[in-house]
Write a protein that binds this ligand. Structure first.
Ligand code: SF4
Length: 269
């Protein structure tokens, strides 16, 4: 049997460019992170500390939680390439603090969270033909919320386009990750996610803006139904054959975003 471990956050990129996904997740090809990725990590660290304290009933003010943001920006645990960046360390701190404050003071209080970045039990799915897909990891950057509809996923997303021009969080591209979180939560706790999932978007470019957007049918996207196969089954076909389709038309087919660019024979450029 061949067991392939897939993190929830990587499903989207598997179907964006399978060849790059194989390079990063199976062959271990890595490239330095961008300053904006570091900014996202820093915002996640500070807001997660704030929400975790809310869940346990500890006192942690917006101001005190911001220290996690500053420390993460100043002492990253991974390589960051600032060359040619469109943001300076000072600007990253100012933007990050504005979004952190907005989130803690205005967005977080709207939710009743029951868990933050929950550790989950790995879920192994026998896809036939000798392939087991193993879903694993913490619910990175996600919260579990409870409301009148039951429990559901609330996933925090940062980025230059995390909020659309219509003023809602961008949900496009996030359904595979959220659907995997729903499967893992249900597998870990035995409780189904019955409330719609939500993306909480924090825009890191231009005026700092926060907004939310709902996601429906994420779990079904992953497991399929009698009308269509789920993404797990389609992914398993790639793992079984060892053929990972390249996508030179991808928006991220670019040396800035693709760690496999240098040795990729399929790139267009
Ligand atoms: S260079 Fe383009 S086609 Fe090649 S792996 Fe990267 S994204 Fe895919």
């Amino acid at each position: 049997m061949k067991t392939i471990t897939v993190r929830a956050s990587s499903w989207g990129s598997l179907f964006d460019c399978g060849f790059r996904w194989e390079g990063v997740h199976l062959l271990g090809i890595k490239s330095p992170s961008s300053p904006r990725a570091l900014l996202g990590t820093a915002i996640h660290a500070s807001t997660a500390a704030f929400d975790a304290a809310r869940v346990t009933g500890e006192k942690l003010s917006t101001f005190d939680a911001a220290e996690h943001l500053v420390q993460t920006l100043r002492h990253p645990e991974f390589d960051v390439d600032w060359r040619g960046a469109d943001i300076t360390p000072r600007e990253a701190e100012v933007t990050g603090l504005a979004l952190h404050t907005r989130y803690c003071d205005e967005i977080s209080p709207r939710y009743h969270y029951v868990a933050v970045e929950l550790e989950t039990r790995p879920l192994e799915i026998d896809c036939g033909g000798g392939v087991i897909v193993r879903l694993t990891g913490t619910l990175d950057r996600a919260r579990i919320k409870r409301d009148a509809g039951g429990v559901g996923i609330a996933d925090l997303k940062t980025g230059t386009a995390a909020v659309t021009s219509e003023g809602v969080a961008k949900t496009k591209g996030h359904r595979p990750q959220v659907g995997t979180y729903e499967l893992l939560y249900e597998h870990t706790t035995g409780e189904p996610c019955t409330a719609p999932a939500e993306i909480i978007g924090l825009k890191t470019k231009g005026k700092p803006v926060a907004a939310t957007g709902e996601i429906h049918g994420a779990r079904e996207l992953m497991v399929g139904n009698d009308q269509f196969p789920g993404l797990i089954q389609i992914g398993a076909d790639m793992f079984r054959s060892g053929l990972f389709p390249p996508n030179p038309q991808s928006f991220t087919c670019n040396p800035k975003y693709c760690a496999r660019w240098g040795a990729c024979p399929y790139k267009d450029g």
